[in-house]
Ligand binder design. Structure first.
Ligand code: DGL
Length: 280
């Protein structure tokens, strides 16, 4: 055995902690390493090239720390960078390692939640403009109709701890209204951004009472559990010491203050840099 091999979990900022929370609830036994690239968040409005470059730097950071399996717990990074990393970079830099995203596990099941097959997607501009959700959902639920709405203000509100403010009410109501204008048939809304569960209360408040609202954390956790069962060689490489470590590219004090809300328990982070040679 090669010593400690944590499962890596990555997000542009805090959002991935909503996924890590569900993963660690389901599989507390493994070691986990979380990285939030808070210094460069949000990723949503950035170009394909930039999101790809930032995400690849993060993946390399995890590989340098002995992770064999990395989860991109960020829809924007999954939409804009995952495929290129899987197809072009992994075979070259680490053919025995794996990087997984959050879009595939979600699109595999989302149609099961919608009796009418009319699904609304709320995400960042990057995720929505990539077209990843309609394309992937069509593969698993070919008759489903998918309607998307970008919510460019939501991640900044959440990253700036304004998600409980009156300003947040305005933007939540506006984006949901714009989504529902696209079809009165929508019966299921997917929160296709790992930050959005923080605003679940407001999102429910401004949605019709009978709307089904889906968050991704549990779906991704279940899918990862299945993946490890189906890949025993990978499972045996993931060390099971129950250790959780957190890194941020920005202020650790800010991270620790915010992260508790996302993760549900106190977090003590360390600072790191991406895209530069790492200090020992
Ligand atoms: N949590 C990321 C996602 O799921 C937020 C992206 C951003 O930084 O804008 O898309």
């Amino acid at each position: 055995m090669e010593g400690k091999q944590p499962i890596g979990i990555f997000d542009s900022g805090y959002g991935g902690l909503t996924v890590m929370r569900e993963i660690t609830n389901r599989m507390p036994e493994y070691d986990y390493l979380y990285l939030g690239d808070n210094a460069r968040a949000p990723y949503g409005p950035r170009s394909f090239d930039t999101v790809y470059r930032y995400t690849l730097e993060a993946v390399q950071w995890f590989f340098d720390r002995n992770c064999s399996l990395v989860i991109l717990a960020c829809n924007t990074a999954s939409a804009k960078a995952l495929r290129t990393i899987q197809q072009n970079d992994l075979p070259r830099i680490a053919p025995e390692k794996r990087v997984l995203g959050v879009i595939r596990p979600t699109t595999e099941v989302i149609g099961n939640f919608s009796p009418s097959g009319n699904i609304g997607i709320l995400g960042t501009s990057g995720t929505v403009n990539s077209g990843s959700y309609p394309i992937e959902i069509e593969k698993f639920f070919p008759t489903a109709k998918v309607f998307q709405q970008a919510c460019p203000m939501w991640v900044p509100l959440i990253e700036n701890n304004e998600f409980n403010s009156n300003g947040a009410d305005f933007f939540v109501r506006k984006s949901i209204h714009e989504l529902l204008l696209k079809s009165a048939m929508i019966d299921t809304i997917l929160l296709a951004c790992t930050h959005y569960p923080l605003m679940l209360g407001k999102i429910k408040e401004y949605s019709p009472a009978d709307m089904t609202i889906i968050t991704q954390g549990e779906i991704v956790a279940r899918s990862l559990d299945d993946y490890l069962e189906r890949h025993p060689a990978m499972k045996s490489r993931c060390s099971a010491g129950g250790i959780r470590e957190f890194f941020t590219t920005d202020s650790t004090e800010d991270f620790d203050n915010h992260a508790t809300t996302f993760f549900g328990e106190p977090v003590r982070s360390r600072h790191t840099v991406l895209g530069q040679p790492q200090e020992g």
